[in-house]
Design a protein around this ligand. Structure first.
Ligand code: C2E
Ligand code: MG
Ligand code: MG
Length: 732
């Protein structure tokens, strides 16, 4: 018997021709265990199977039984293909069938299945056996479990894919630190192609941000442990520097020497961006982009802590859209969602940068106004109502929606986010009960205060056109010679509904609403017109002082505007003095200085009102083009009995002298105060002791009353002033 030359095996063209002596093996169908067979086969460590020409199993050896889990008696007589299963490659099966049908040997690898169903890679060699006459009598197949090799191959493939497709940059260098391989992620991150770096040292990536000792330490760790990881700044091909997380591993050969170094790194810029995205998702409402409740609570804690620290109040507004549910129900959620987006978009710009607007539920918004008073809060609420009163355009719908606003004040109504939120909600529900589209404070007292503020604000809007505003003038006298140095113009408002309202009450409201611009302008024009009249009548005081709000002062182009008004009224700039407060310089000292310089350049006098009550920076003060400091009334009031206030008054006077400025004390009510101020070197005085503010028409009478005396101050101790004052005001 001889084996045919296996020239044409499709699956193993290189298999060497072999000759086997298998004469004793005969096909014995359906009869297990052949007694007379070759011991070599039974004892062979290779699993073997003999089949007849019809490809039915004739014999399997014990090694086969061990490999497949089948006992010989279970399979003898069965068709040979019983090891094949669902994932056996059909192409290889076909090759095997064709080789066998043609009487050729076959060698190939197939996925086979054991009796217990587990798969294994089987390297099968099938040899046809011929008798002496050259007739095919049997097939002998040997099996070899090559699963381990397949797993190794799969793992190599996997490793290659990780290298090629992974998002981490990888770089392999040889033992002498020359780059031998990089992956596509390396190119994506660094900008260098493989060709550009092969053969180079990794330091072509260095950013220059780490010194030699950094790299020395890195290599010390690698030498000691074979591994280093950390954050490194590298430079891309385009020159940009980026942070990366780098892991560096030494690969050693069988002799223990380093053969390669493998570096893998991830670009942390990406990770940081991802972290940022995740952070945004966790902290912001995805619909409106506003902070969500969790983030609001965190931000509020910080803001409230600051308010606590500075002793400032803060306001907490809870805002709910009235009948929002109707929008959702009748027009659908998409329209409702868009409306919420529009509301947020309209509200946000109406708030200051430090204010926090968040969305905490369907149609519920929350607004924290750090540092805001109750009046500020009412003002903001009013602005939000105004903003909401214009229809919202969503798709083709024009939607009208009113908010209800509840206001709680920190620290009076609550000390933290949750307490304030609860109380603001209570107030918001009360606002809804009151008829929706309104605001409500948590406490009745604040409610009353703000109701009055709102009312004043409303009435003030019409005050100019109704002619309810007027100016009074208060003399300012020199302490040296008692002469009149100027008059301060003071606003008076007599409301048709409320009667006289103090400027101390309505000026801050007008500043909040912006009404101070037209009102302040009115005051300035009226004072200049009056000065012109006095000049014409020949009784003009040397100067008229006009109070200026910081809001007016910060109007763009303000100095030129004043200059124009002076020209319009034909008043020389030296006849006007503007009274500023220290707060003009609080936000933007450089900007404030530029405005002061411009006013000064026009020849307009400047003084600082209520000096000592704000937070003046002395380093700025010395650069301000200010001629006069007005010592605040509060210091003057106790200059005769408080040692501290005496010290302050003296200090202000000395400070002014040192800076080349003069001083005027306001609110002088007694001759003792006047004397104390004179002793300390104060230049000028103003106050009820000299004269109360009076209407412009009374200036001639005032001057006439003093006509006989040298000084406007003297008669005070005599009685001329009293007589005059009685005439004017009926005062005693
Ligand atoms: P101010 O500029 O410090 O004005 C001095 C205030 O003290 C005036 O109050 C004046 O009537 C009052 N006063 C004068 N002498 C005495 C005194 O001997 N004793 C006491 N107790 N008070 C005295 P008024 O007129 O109520 O004005 C209050 C504040 O309103 C002013 O303080 C000023 O800040 C502001 N104001 C008044 N008119 C205007 C204006 O036209 N524009 C602006 N922006 N603010 C104005
Ligand atoms: Mg003043
Ligand atoms: Mg003052």
């Amino acid at each position: 018997m001889r084996l045919r030359d296996p020239k044409v095996s499709s699956a193993s063209p290189s298999m060497p021709a072999r000759r086997l002596r298998l004469a004793s093996i005969r096909p014995q169908v359906a009869k297990p265990a052949v007694p007379n067979r070759d011991d070599a086969m039974r004892l062979a460590p290779e699993p073997m199977m003999v089949s007849d020409t019809r490809r039915h199993v004739v014999y399997v050896n014990p090694a086969f039984e061990t490999l497949t889990g089948y006992a010989a008696e279970e399979i003898v007589g069965r068709a040979c293909g019983f090891l094949q299963g669902p994932d056996t490659c059909p192409a290889v099966q076909r090759q095997m069938r064709e080789a066998i049908a043609a009487g050729r040997p076959f060698k190939g690898e197939l996925l086979n299945y054991r009796k217990d169903g587990t798969a294994f890679w089987n390297e099968v060699t099938v040899l046809p056996v011929f008798d002496a006459a050259g007739v095919l009598v049997q097939f002998v197949a040997t099996q070899r479990d090559v699963s381990a090799r397949h797993v190794a191959k799969d793992q190599l493939l996997l490793a290659a894919r990780v290298f090629d497709e992974g998002s981490d940059g990888m770089m392999i260098t040889d033992a002498s630190q020359r780059i031998v391989k990089v992956n596509p992620a390396f190119t994506a991150i660094s900008g260098y192609s493989e060709a550009e770096v092969i053969g180079h040292r990794p330091n072509i990536l260095s950013s220059g941000r780490h010194d030699a000792s950094f790299y020395r330490e890195m290599w010390r760790v690698i030498d000691a442990s074979g591994y280093w990881q950390g954050e490194v700044w590298n430079r891309r091909k385009d020159g940009s520097v980026y942070p990366q997380h780098l892991a560096l591993r030494r690969v050693v050969g069988s002799d223990g020497q380093a053969t390669h170094f493998v570096a893998s790194f991830s670009d942390l810029t990406e990770r940081k961006a991802a972290e940022e995205r995740i952070w945004r998702l966790a902290n912001y409402d995805p619909l409106t982009g506003l902070p969500n409740r969790a983030f609001l609570r965190e931000q509020a804690a910080q803001a409230l802590e600051q308010s606590r620290h500075g002793g400032d109040p803060s306001a907490f507004l809870s805002l709910d859209l009235d009948h929002f549910k109707n929008v959702n129900d009748s027009l659908g959620h998409a329209v409702g969602d868009q409306l919420l987006v529009e509301v947020a978009r309209r509200f946000r710009p109406a708030l200051r940068e430090q204010d926090i607007l968040g969305r905490v539920g369907g149609d519920e918004f929350v607004i924290l106004l750090p540092g805001a008073s109750a009046r500020d809060a009412a003002q903001v609420a009013r602005r939000l109502h105004e903003l909401a009163s214009r229809p919202f355009q969503v798709e083709r719908h024009e939607l009208m929606i009113t908010p209800s606003v509840g206001i709680a004040m920190f620290p009076f109504d609550g000390a933290d986010f949750d307490a304030l939120a609860t109380r603001a909600d209570v107030a918001m529900y009360r606002a809804k009960e009151m008829g929706r589209g309104t605001s409500c404070f948590f406490t009745a007292e604040m409610q009353a205060q703000c109701t009055r503020a709102l009312m004043l604000d409303n009435l003030l809007r019409r005050a100019i056109e109704r002619g309810e505003l007027a100016l009074q003038f208060q003399p300012q006298c020199s302490l040296k010679d008692g002469g009149l140095v100027g008059v301060e113009a003071l606003l008076r408002w007599t409301s048709g509904e409320l009667g006289p309202v103090s400027p101390a009450e309505f000026i801050p409201i007008a500043e909040n609403s912006g009404l101070i611009i037209p009102i302040g302008d009115w005051a300035l024009r009226t004072a200049l017109a009056q000065m012109r009249r006095w000049l014409d009548e020949g009784i003009a005081p040397p100067r008229v002082a006009v109070n200026l709000s910081v809001v007016q002062f910060r109007q763009p182009g303000f100095p030129d505007h004043v200059r124009r008004l002076l020209d319009e009224h034909g008043v020389p700039p030296g006849r006007l003095e503007l009274e500023l407060t220290e707060s003009v310089a609080s936000d933007d000292p450089a900007g404030a200085m530029a405005v002061m310089d411009a006013l000064h350049a026009h020849g307009i006098g400047l003084s600082i009102d209520d000096f000592g009550t704000g937070y003046s920076s002395l380093s700025y003060l010395k650069r301000f083009k200010v001629g006069k400091l007005k010592i605040d009334r509060s210091f003057v009031a106790s200059v005769t009995d408080s040692a501290a206030d005496q010290a302050i008054v003296s200090a202000i006077i000395q400070l002014a002298k040192g800076l080349g400025m003069s001083t005027i004390a306001e609110g002088v009510e007694t001759p003792a105060q006047l004397e104390a101020l004179r002793q300390r070197g104060c230049d000028q005085v103003q106050g009820y002791w000299i004269a109360r503010p009076f209407p412009a028409k009374d200036l001639p009478a005032y001057r006439e009353a003093h006509a006989g005396s040298r000084s406007l101050l003297q008669p005070l101790t005599q009685g001329v002033y009293r007589r005059w004052a009685r005439r004017l005001h009926g005062a005693s």
